[in-house]
Design a protein around this ligand. Structure first.
Ligand SMILES: N[C@@H](CCC(=O)N[C@@H](CS)C(=O)NCC(=O)O)C(=O)O
Length: 202
């Protein structure tokens, strides 16, 4: 498989999941700024949507949308228990988290990276993201991970978007559970390996 990614972008989530899953893959850099691969290929010819992540399967099929990609990967290795079994209530709980992160956090926080976003807009997005993260912080009370004491594919997604609070100026210093979650995630070998591979860690 090939994972098309850009350093530190939302593609870090499936990148971590690939490493947690222990599945062989080739990371392919697709800059979100230039929309070009390192060999000059126009990324729109690979993903007409223009964005990362994209997972190219061994049979050539291409899968987009982070929440779909991470579920596909988890279902490839059920023995790793990265996601509850399909059809169970726990799976819907996982999907509840993935959808919350993608629609309520990812797009709001990510929007602040848009150079065309005016300062007023950033202020609104910052406050909105902070209140949603405050809610996440409350949900993490007494838990190691979003789904409880077991790691799941929702966790790298939250970790990735919560990392964006620093460059976007969202203050999470008072969110102790979220801070502890970020530190717990950062200590996982798969997270460190993915971050090193993306040049985010030495
Ligand atoms: N709906 C997509 C959104 C992916 C997305 O927003 N990717 C960003 C990076 S975090 C990107 O590649 N932006 C560049 C662009 O849209 O051209 C998903 O959840 O996978």
């Amino acid at each position: 498989m090939k994972l098309f990614y850009s350093p530190g972008a939302c593609s870090l989530s499936p990148h971590i999941v690939l490493r947690e899953a222990g599945l062989p893959f080739e990371p392919v850099l697709a800059s979100t700024k230039t929309h070009k691969l390192q060999d000059g290929t126009d990324y729109y010819t690979i993903n007409p949507k223009g964005y990362v992540p994209l997972l190219e399967l061994d049979d050539g099929q291409r899968l987009t949308e982070g929440p779909a990609i991470v579920q596909y990967l988890a279902d490839r290795v059920p023995e790793k228990k990265l996601a509850p079994a399909n059809g169970t209530m726990a799976r819907y709980r996982l999907q509840e988290w993935l959808n919350f992160i993608t629609s309520e956090l990812h797009k709001g926080i990510g929007g602040m990276f848009n150079p065309a976003m005016p300062e007023d807009g950033k202020t609104v997005l910052r406050a909105r993201a902070a209140s949603k993260l405050q809610w996440v912080d409350e949900q993490l009370e007494g838990k190691q991970y979003l789904m409880g004491d077991e790691f799941s594919i929702a966790d790298p997604y939250l970790f990735t978007v919560a990392n964006w609070t620093k460059p976007t100026g969202i203050d999470i210093s008072g969110m102790k559970n979220l801070g502890a979650f970020q530190a717990r995630m950062a200590a996982r070998p798969a997270v460190q390996a993915a971050m090193k591979a993306e040049g985010l860690l030495k």
